[in-house]
Design a protein around this ligand. Structure first.
Ligand SMILES: CC(C)(COP(=O)(O)OP(=O)(O)OC[C@H]1O[C@@H](n2cnc3c(N)ncnc32)[C@H](O)[C@@H]1OP(=O)(O)O)[C@@H](O)C(=O)NCCC(=O)NCCS
Length: 190
């Protein structure tokens, strides 16, 4: 049976999803502020289906978009993790780091703290050579997380194949971090 990895930071737990997460996940997926840089908000059915896909991917691989809880405070604030994109991207194969938090929990450093743990897992346990992240050109908050993680922006942008052609969210930027750069960043913090 696949081992399910769960991660812990000073304030957060990154864990496999439970059925209790579906209601708060549907709320954040219906919030236009959270979904500003996606083609649309999600219905309850779409949100539940996404939660099932994420849970299934973690069950299969042992890692993925973990559900994030703030220890002893908030049982579910969204997801952060590393995953293999299902879209046909120009830089496949790759592992991406990503995040989606409910609006009331923005501005606390939670996304960066959780993503640091996810990247550390990717480089140290999975021994990945490289981790990427990408988002719509206009999604500055997400790019700020990538920059805080020490990721470098590629000079080239790309058209995301899963975003509708008539959307101004189609053009994406790509950030990446190599294992060597991750190790040297961590050494310089010691
Ligand atoms: C992208 C997203 C996760 C970023 O969340 P965020 O809260 O801005 O990012 P962080 O968790 O890293 O928090 C950083 C902020 O917390 C502040 N902060 C407060 N307490 C902090 C602490 N103890 N430690 C670190 N930072 C702290 C930082 O100063 C920073 O504030 P600023 O934005 O005013 O500069 C969030 O906006 C989101 O879920 N968006 C919708 C989904 C989305 O677009 N996902 C990406 C699609 S590709």
């Amino acid at each position: 049976m696949t081992k399910i990895y769960e991660l812990e930071t000073a304030r957060l737990r990154l864990r496999q999803w439970t059925s209790d997460d579906k209601v708060p996940f549907a709320q954040l997926n219906a919030d236009e502020r959270v979904m500003e840089f996606f083609p649309s908000t999600l219905s309850r059915l779409e949100s539940d289906a996404l939660a099932e896909r994420i849970t299934g991917a973690i069950a299969q691989r042992g890692w993925g978009w973990w559900a994030v809880e703030v220890k002893d405070k908030h049982p579910f604030i969204g997801f952060v993790g590393i995953s293999v994109p299902s879209s046909d991207l120009p830089f496949n194969p790759c592992v991406e780091v990503g995040w989606r938090l409910d609006y009331p929990y923005w501005g606390n450093g939670y996304a960066t703290e959780a993503a640091q743990a996810a990247m550390s897992f990717g480089f140290e346990v999975l021994e990945l050579d490289n981790i990427v992240s990408f988002t719509a050109l206009t999604n500055q908050r997400s790019q700020a997380v990538m920059q805080r993680l020490g990721m470098q922006r590629s000079p080239q942008t790309f058209i995301h194949p899963s975003v509708p052609a008539d959307s101004d969210l189609q053009e994406h930027c790509l950030y990446e971090l190599s294992s060597a750069d991750w190790q040297s960043q961590n050494r310089s913090k010691e």
